[in-house]
Design a binder for this molecule. Structure first.
Ligand code: ZN
Length: 463
């Protein structure tokens, strides 16, 4: 007897190797794993189940994978508008992050996990932070799958700017703490939590730190991630400090490989793109943060070409400080923005874009054997989108509607490891009103600690 059967799906988007779309589709789940995928009558006959969910009127997809999200930045929404990359980091986000205590971080992570789940995300890669054990704890207890990492920086002052005192540690301290974190958390929560290594950005990281983090990642069989090539500033700082661009520096240190995940990459040169392709490096695009802060990742970026070359490019919502944390909206942005800047409506078709948040995201997270598609043997991570909504009608091609019309608001059910986490649009593993209330109550203290209140107040008279 199966534990769960999902049946009568109007459209079941498998994202399997043939990209099959099944009408009146069904699947069966045992022990959190998919054991059958097919038409409803046959699946129903062969797999009696303890629980049955009807997906009539629904589009069923693999659980969405957000390949880059700062879970501790969720309380920074509105703190970093209309600032370019350098001011965004050094005047707004680093002071914000440096001011967070454990309670702030927990409230932020809960709010982030709530928003991700409500928008259909089942797996996320946290960008790295200083309370990663809390990210693992909150996401793990909420039933999600995630990659978490401890943030590392060991160069206080770079051509980019000066880091807040709270971030400063020696390479030895950073390495020791990062390794202890991976030893403790990798595989936690029934294997749903993976722990990786991270250096936050190249310009404030020494060669030694980077080399040893990669060595540790190889030893533990996990990934190592970093922000790279995300603005003109980061590229020029790298050239000024090291004489080469960021990916060239990683190559010079012999560090490029399949377990390396650079995020953004929009300013990568032709030579750097060649290096990424040649070493099976995965890449994450984060369109909303680039559009919000004018990083130039779309205008300068090469996501269509990387996808064409078979590079696994995932999609990340990055952080609430750029406004949205909704992969459906990110899909529209990456599809539409590339069409616009290239003057070509044929680039970034919806099929390539949906692959970014499913199969490509799974490769970015080094979990393609487990998730990313609806196939026998994979973990049962699923999203049911409700199409009885105006933005879903008429429905000729569910892939097009999902990318061009839907937002996360049409997510009705989310299943992770065969367990129903979101039901009727409500997250069952979190107290939604309490999470939102805690964030609301925390906001004045955040303004107080960061001293950003005057900068972010409404520009029009408030009475
Ligand atoms: Zn980021």
């Amino acid at each position: 007897m199966a534990d769960l059967r999902v049946e009568e799906a109007d459209w079941l988007l498998t994202l399997d190797s043939q990209r099959r779309i099944i009408r009146d589709g069904a699947l069966a789940v045992e022990g959190g794993r998919i054991v059958a995928v097919g038409k409803t009558p046959e699946t129903r006959a062969a797999h009696p189940a303890a629980r049955v969910i009807s997906a009539r009127g629904k589009v069923v997809t693999p659980g969405l994978i957000d390949s880059h999200i700062h879970t501790t930045f969720q309380l920074s929404r509105g703190l970093a508008d209309e600032v370019g990359s350098r001011r965004f980091l050094f005047e707004r986000m680093y002071p914000y992050e440096g001011a967070l205590d454990e309670d702030d971080a927990r409230v932020s992570i809960r709010l982030c996990v709530l928003e991700l789940l409500k928008n259909g995300v089942t797996t996320f890669i946290d960008a790295g932070n200083y309370q990663p054990h809390l990210t693992a704890e909150v996401a793990g207890e909420a039933g999600m799958r995630c990659v978490v990492a401890r943030s590392s920086f060991d160069v206080t002052k770079s051509a980019m700017g000066v880091l807040p005192p709270a971030f400063i540690e020696t390479a030895d301290e950073a390495l020791e703490r990062a390794e202890a974190f991976v030893q403790k958390l990798h595989g936690a929560h029934d294997g749903r939590v993976h722990a990786w290594f991270q250096f936050r950005g190249l310009n404030n990281s020494s060669d030694r730190l980077i080399v040893d983090l990669k060595r540790l990642a190889d030893r533990y069989g996990v990934g190592v991630q970093t922000h790279a090539c995300f603005a003109r500033d980061t590229m020029e700082s790298s050239k000024a400090q090291h004489g080469v661009t960021e990916i060239e520096r990683l190559d010079r240190l012999g560090l490029l490989g399949p377990n390396v995940l650079p995020v953004h990459g929009g300013w990568a040169t032709e030579r750097e793109l060649e290096l990424l392709r040649g070493h099976d490096v995965k890449v994450v695009a984060a369109p909303s943060s680039s559009l919000h802060n004018a990083y130039g990742n779309i205008a300068r970026g090469h996501v269509p070409e990387l996808l064409e070359a078979g590079v696994a490019v995932g999609l990340g919502s990055d952080h609430a400080s750029s406004g949205i944390v909704d992969l459906c909206q990110e899909m529209f942005l990456v599809a539409g923005a590339y069409k616009e800047v290239r003057g070509n409506a044929e680039v970034m078709p919806p099929e390539r874009v949906l692959e970014m948040v499913t199969v490509n995201g799974a490769r970015c997270a080094l979990r393609e054997a487990e998730v990313g598609s609806i196939e026998v043997g994979k973990r049962a991570d699923l999203v049911l989108f409700d199409t009885a909504r105006p933005e879903w009608q008429p429905l000729y091609n569910p892939v097009a509607n999902l990318v061009y019309s839907a937002t996360g608001r049409s997510v009705e059910t989310v299943i992770v490891d065969g367990k129903v986490i979101v039901e009727g649009g409500t997250v069952r593993t979190l107290d939604e009103p309490a999470v939102i209330d805690a964030a609301r109550r925390r906001a004045p203290a955040i303004l107080d600690k960061t001293k950003l209140g005057a900068l972010v107040a409404p520009k029009w008279p408030v009475s």
